[in-house]
Design a protein around this ligand. Structure first.
Ligand code: ATP
Ligand code: MG
Length: 331
């Protein structure tokens, strides 16, 4: 069976609607036809210097959200990145194949480092896309479901895979991005020209773990524009377009149908309708997360079992790469 790999960072206590629509929902669907491997990439989360207790909590609750959304540990592997040391080990080899200039072109690094300032910007944040390439290449994944914001990082993963193969013989699979156009980029509600982001402003976020009341309030306060017309136009009406995209992604109603349905209505009506579909989608996930978090022992056991299975594959790939680049196996 072809293989799919994807992951998210435990950088917040909740995933947001962009993570869900852009990635997690696809993960669940892809389990049907793929050998699926999904990780909580806790090593990546260290790039933002989290409080240790918060990181532990976030790692577990991120895994719980995967399960609550429908990732099935009987069919798919689910684990914490730090439980599989091969990720960090392969990242070193790949880092030695990555040009400094090549890494410097990553736009997400430019954005995040600008936000964190020179003092807060670490080497880890800079090399994050190299670790991400290791995450993917270790499992010979053919397909990587991600949001649009990860396209450039995935291109780097592909380049590194091709470089390994052309220099050292065919040793890894070159991955393809799987980006679902309509849901690939959910924008921030308060600042609709920026992507919704865990590290963004809370007022712009729809978090899966928020209460109905908070979610409804954030949607009600979403930034729109000074016109009154409900029309999809990303360029000139980013806020309204984002609301239409969210509704459409969840309800399955096309944007054109929504435009017709709301043609004689006001922004307030659209917001009420969006809040309704979002709450229907999110509430059952939130309830299941609460149940799962009440039994942390069971959750940890699922993660341990996932790591055991993942290590078998990761170990084989790392041994193949080490050997190809000229490292001598321990006797
Ligand atoms: P951070 O701000 O810490 O980077 P994030 O919100 O970008 O958090 P990640 O853990 O980096 O979340 O990404 C997890 C997955 O969610 C990735 O596949 C990413 O492409 C996707 N994703 C993130 N933000 C969005 C968004 N606004 N719309 C669609 N997909 C998104
Ligand atoms: Mg991100």
């Amino acid at each position: 069976q072809p293989r799919v790999f994807s992951a998210m960072q435990p950088t917040a206590d909740s995933l947001h609607l962009g993570n869900y629509l852009g990635a997690l929902r696809q993960w669940v669907a892809l389990q049907e036809d793929y050998d699926a491997i999904y990780a909580v990439v806790d090593l990546h989360a260290l790039t933002v210097a989290p409080d240790p207790e918060a990181l532990r909590r976030r790692s577990r609750i991120t895994a719980a959200q995967y399960l609550a959304a429908g990732v099935d540990p009987e069919r798919s592997m689910l684990f914490l990145q730090s439980h599989v040391p091969e990720h960090a080990e392969l990242a070193w080899v790949l880092g030695c194949l990555t040009g400094f200039g090549e890494a410097s072109r990553m736009t997400q690094f430019k954005d995040k480092s600008a936000k964190q300032g020179a003092e807060g910007t670490t080497v880890g944040l800079f090399t994050y896309p190299v670790l991400m390439a290791a995450d993917i290449l270790l499992y010979d994944a053919q397909l990587v479901p991600v949001g649009e914001d990860q396209r450039q990082h995935l291109e780097l993963s592909r380049n590194l895979a091709q470089r390994l193969n052309s220099r050292f013989g065919d040793i890894v699979t070159v991955p393809e991005p799987y980006i679902v156009k309509d849901t690939a980029k959910i924008q921030d509600l308060a600042e609709p020209t920026a992507k919704m982001s865990k590290s963004g402003n809370p007022s712009g976020l729809i978090e899966l773990m928020d209460t109905d009341k908070v979610i409804a309030k954030r949607i009600k306060s979403a930034v729109t524009d000074a016109e009154t017309e409900i029309r999809y136009d990303r360029e000139n009406k980013p806020g309204v377009s984002n609301l239409l995209a969210i509704h459409s992604a969840i309800s399955g109603t096309s944007i054109a149908e929504l435009e017709a349905e709301f043609s004689d209505k006001m922004y307030g009506h659209l917001k009420v309708a969006v809040a309704e579909v979002v709450l229907d989608a999110v509430a059952p996930i939130r309830e299941r997360v609460t149940d799962l978090m009440a039994h942390p022992g069971e959750l940890d056991e699922i993660l341990a079992e996932g790591a055991r299975r993942a290590r078998v594959i990761a170990g084989e790939t790392l041994a193949r790469v080490y050997d190809a680049v000229g490292l001598i196996p321990a006797g």
